[in-house]
Design a protein. Structure first.
Lengths: 220, 220
DNA sequence: TCCGTTTTAATTGTATACAATAATTAATAC
DNA sequence: GTATTAATTATTGTATACAATTAAAACGGA
């Protein structure tokens, strides 16, 4: 893996794991000395992150972690609701014992992270479950798009998520695996749709956005 | 629009209109003198085009117009087949006389370009019809993705297309507009699916070669 | 002529310098 | 003391220089 790619991965990880919260500034020189490269390499990475909507770059003002709008948040989830259930069919056709075991390991990782209370790795593992499943459907163009949507979802959850956004109350991913094991494609599709919809519902879209503080009253 | 953006648009246009054929090399210094900027700006644009799969960059070997593999070609079309029909519902709900007229104008442009035999603008207009329709569905995340898929389709057609890939034999886009006018959502969905499938079928999957390009004249 | 090696040229990778712009602080007038 | 302006600092935008790498040409021996 190239050096640029490693830097990209590290920053992206920090963003989706909420170590760099939405709105955090990302000055080029600070990053360049942190990673031990010149600004040139950092700029390249930031441009990429901007194209993928993980950061926003304002001319002459630099980059900061994207704080998705409410519209963007909903659209990201809606996109997943439209695509991911449709991929189940392809997943089912590639399903076998080996895959089943591999994904159960992933679910196990999710559980462990959640038990220990490590929000960061829990989010990471959950996203990974979804986009590795997408890869199995056999269309890498769509799989890449879903992967990006999963990461963007992490950012959305950072901005608007609640506890149940991470470990949603419709049950865990192992239920889906069981349905796939049993060859119940339709039910698996329905499960996936419901799963994503419940994540969407768990978002709280209000409050912290633009709170216009009335200093007059506050200090009178 | 920033200067970078203008350069990006021009190169992208040249690619999707087949003036820069798949496989064409894009040396940084040649482009930088053609556009009158330093290599820095050109590199930025090339990186973006690479992320969007319009060019491929090989380390120490530079960029060239992507020649999509057969797999990629099929996956791009399959992605559209999966997504675009699903957007019809949202399109229908936003449909009105004004939109109808706007899209009929677009179809008119397609016809004119085709009459004159201008492959380039014909391809451009056809892509535009599809992604502007996608925008109407009300999900800008998906619309952006569909837009990219449409442009990538132009590249696929450059590599594997035939005459009927651009002006497909299942009839023109005005048929879809009529269905939308009549509120026949299901039929419109089916039409869209069939339309994209017939484009996919029109591809002939085998290869060809490259040539030499005068960047100075192309971009002056 | 053909093949392999060596040398040369062309091209990209990375760092740095300087200019342009925005943000912050200091200064001044009222 | 406050508000407005000026000066300073910090940060990004762009071009260029040089190193690293690859591709191409020249060369020599069989």
């Amino acid at each position: 893996m190239s050096n640029d790619e490693k830097i990209y991965q590290k920053i992206l990880k920090a963003i989706v794991e909420h170590q760099l919260p939405p709105g955090a500034r990302l000055p080029e020189d600070r990053l360049s000395e942190a990673f031990g490269v010149s600004r040139t390499g950092i700029r390249k990475v930031l441009q990429r992150l901007a194209l993928e909507h993980f950061v926003v770059i304002a001319r002459n003002k630099g980059a900061q972690v994207n704080h998705p709008s409410e519209d963007e948040a909903l659209e990201v989830l809606d996109s997943r609701i439209l695509i991911e259930p449709q991929l189940i069919e392809g997943v089912q056709s590639h399903w076998n014992a080996e895959q089943s075991e591999r994904f159960r390991d992933l679910v196990e990782e999710e559980h462990e992270a959640e038990q220990v209370g490590e929000m960061a790795s829990s989010i990471q593992a959950t996203a990974r479950f979804h986009y590795e499943l997408a890869q199995l459907a056999g269309n890498s163009v769509l799989a890449t798009f879903v992967e990006q949507l999963c990461y963007r979802s992490s950012l959305v959850i950072a901005a608007y998520g609640t506890r149940s956004s991470v470990s949603c109350d419709c049950g865990d991913h192992s239920q889906l695996l069981t349905l796939l094991d049993e060859g119940q494609t339709k039910k698996a599709q329905a499960w996936m749709k419901h799963h994503l919809q419940s994540i969407k519902k768990s978002l709280v879209l209000e409050g912290q956005e633009e709170q216009n503080i009335d200093f007059q009253r506050l200090f009178s």
